[in-house]
Write a protein that binds this ligand. Structure first.
Ligand SMILES: C[S@@+](CC[C@H](N)C(=O)[O-])C[C@H]1O[C@@H](n2cnc3c(N)ncnc32)[C@H](O)[C@@H]1O
Length: 292
C-alpha cells in the first residue's frame, strides 16, 4: 500500500524535473560529504543527485529509491543501467528495512526529500503520533532509523533540505504588484499552517518562518497545488541534530545558507528588513552530515 499518491502523474512532471535539475549546482555540495563506494539516495526522484554522483566518480555503486514511478523512469532513462532503482514507499520500508535486499551502504543521501516525508506526516498525524512530539519529527526519526539500519558502521548520512527559521519578525517590501497578488493567493491556499501577516500598502510584517514558505515556492506555477500542500521549513538545524543523536548518529557538520539561484531571484522580487530597517538575509537551506 502506498502512503502517497504519485503526485506527478499530471502535467507538472517536466516542470518538476526541470526544477530538480536547476538546483544541481547547489546539490553538488553533497559530493564533498559522501564516503565509500556504495551510495543510496532515499527519495531520488528524477535522479539529479545520482547523476552528479555518477559524473563525480563513475566507480560508485549507486542505488535510488522513490515512490514515483514516473520520476524513476526519467532517472533510469538518464542514468542507464549502472544505477539500480527501487520503487518503494519509504514508510513501508521503515517498517521492514530487510525488504531492501542490499548489502550495507557506505553513504545514504536525503536531498530535498525529508520535507516531503514530513509534509505527509503533517497530513496524516494519526500515523505518526507520539505525545508532545510533532508528527513531522516522528516521521523523520523513522527515516533516520531506516538510514541507520541500511548503513555500515561509520557510514555517512547526508541531509540537504529546507530549514525551520528561528522566531524573528521581518518586514517585506514587494518590488512588483503581481507578486503581492501571488502572496495573497499563497497565504490563502498554503495548507500546512495558517500564514499570518499585517500589511499596510506595500509593507508586510510577519514572522520570517511564514514568509519563508512563500519565498521558497512562489515561482512554481504549474505545480502550485502540490507546493501549497508541502512545508519546506519543517525542522531547525538543532532539531535535526537532536534527531540524529537520538537515532544513534554522530553529527559531523551543519551549515545553514541561501542557495545562489534563490538569492538572485529574491533580489529582484522583494526587500526584507528587521523592524529597525536593517537588511535581513533569509536562509533557504541546510546541509547536515553525520556518521552511523
Ligand atoms: C523534491 S523531490 C527530490 C528528488 C531528488 N532527491 C533531488 O534532489 O533531485 C522528493 C522526492 O521524494 C519522493 N517521495 C515522496 N514521498 C515518498 C515516499 N513516501 N516514499 C518514497 N519516495 C517519496 C518524491 O516522489 C520525490 O521524487
Amino acid at each position: 500500500m502506498s502512503t502517497r499518491a504519485d503526485v506527478h502523474d499530471a502535467i507538472g512532471l517536466s516542470e518538476y524535473v526541470a526544477g530538480m535539475a536547476k538546483s544541481k549546482p547547489d546539490k553538488a555540495k553533497i559530493l564533498g560529504f559522501v564516503t565509500g563506494k556504495r551510495v543510496l539516495e532515499l527519495g531520488c526522484g528524477s535522479g539529479a543527485v545520482l547523476e552528479l554522483l555518477q559524473n563525480h566518480d563513475p566507480n560508485l555503486e549507486l542505488v535510488g529509491i522513490d515512490l514515483s514511478a514516473k520520476l524513476l523512469g526519467t532517472a533510469a532513462r538518464q542514468l542507464g543501467d549502472s544505477v539500480r532503482f527501487y520503487r518503494q514507499d519509504i514508510f513501508e520500508l521503515c517498517k521492514n528495512p530487510e525488504k531492501l535486499n542490499e548489502p550495507k551502504f557506505s553513504s545514504v543521501i536525503l536531498c530535498s526529500a525529508l520535507h516531503e516525508f514530513a509534509s505527509f506526516a503533517l497530513e496524516h498525524p494519526e500515523r505518526f503520533s507520539q505525545a508532545g512530539v510533532s508528527p513531522m519529527l516522528v516521521a523523520a526519526k523513522q527515516i533516520f532509523g531506516l538510514a541507520k539500519s541500511l548503513l555500515e558502521p561509520g557510514g555517512s548520512l547526508i541531509v540537504r533540505d529546507g530549514v525551520k527559521l528561528e522566531s524573528q519578525v521581518i518586514q517585506v517590501r514587494f518590488k512588483n504588484p503581481e507578486l503581492q497578488e501571488t502572496f495573497w493567493r499563497f497565504s490563502d491556499e498554503f495548507r500546512p499552517f495558517k500564514l499570518e501577516f499585517m500589511s499596510q500598502g506595500n509593507l508586510y510584517t510577519m514572522q520570517a518562518s511564514h514568509f519563508y514558505e512563500f519565498a521558497t515556492k512562489y515561482f512554481y506555477s504549474t505545480n502550485w497545488d502540490i507546493e501549497v500542500g508541502e512545508i519546506f521549513g519543517w525542522a531547525s538545524a538543532s532539531e535535526l541534530e537532536n534527531l540524529l543523536l537520538e537515532t544513534g548518529f554522530v553529527p559531523q557538520t551543519s551549515q545553514v545558507y541561501t542557495i545562489d539561484f534563490l538569492s538572485d531571484k529574491w533580489r529582484d522580487a522583494f526587500e526584507i528588513t528587521d523592524q529597525n530597517g536593517k537588511i535581513v538575509k533569509l536562509p533557504s537551506s541546510q546541509i547536515i552530515s553525520a556518521r552511523a
